[in-house]
Design a protein. Sequence first.
Length: 288
Amino acid sequence: MSGFEDLCNSMEKLDSEIFAKLFNEKSAKIITALAGLAEDGAEALSIYLDFILAAVAADNNLSKKEYELLKPMFDMIAGQSTTYEQAVVLFNEVGMKNDKDLSRYVDNVLRIIEPLSPEFRDDLILFSLMVCAVDGKVSESEKRFISQLIAPENIEITPMEAIDSFLTRAGTFTLATICDGQPKMRILGFKTILEGKIYFAVGTFKDVYAQLTANPHCEILAHIEGEFLRWDGCASFKEDEKLENAFKEALPMIYETYKSNNCSLAYFTLEKDTAEIVKIDNTKIKLF
């Protein structure tokens, strides 16, 4: 695969006829491959539907474009021809608007693709991305979902995309700052990509903001089973409406709480930085 952002852009701009042709080809190829891995056809179809439902639910919404693409699936589930409104009801009934149930589907997808060949993983990831891109836009939440499926060492992505994928899979991560010569740490969970850089958010009224402005040296540490990401550098702040919108989309309740209390957010990335992934056996993957 090429760079993740470039791939998302290309899927968003794909001609509708070419999109449908490629989607059908990938769909048939995946079902055939899954049939060879599963114990029976019903299990293969169930796995296939899990992939689709998880991709559709990545933004907690079933759009009309997604419904039109996936109408045969909803008709099969309902045992009759469905309208968009009926499909939305089915979508909600299977629990895909519930974060806990969505997490279960994602975990199942990750479990399935873990032992697969890089080529088949690429097909599944591209297929999931196409489901997300059918309405012409891959949202930030959909990108976060797709990035959970990406294994940085197996797929050609940029170092920043590898960091983004690792942070997404970790879910939360630690930010370390310096205060009066002493390390200070706190847990973060929000991040977004803008113009090829990962940005984080902190409240301007918090100690962490004062620490970063007084001494921008900091480090991000994240952990996944048997692996650690270390990313250190200097905080560089940026004001951009796109960053504000990304935070609002990802954490609407927290965003509204900030606004209702007249609190503001500051967004920063790391510059003059180095990053590496360290495995439990101390093997290191230098990102930059």
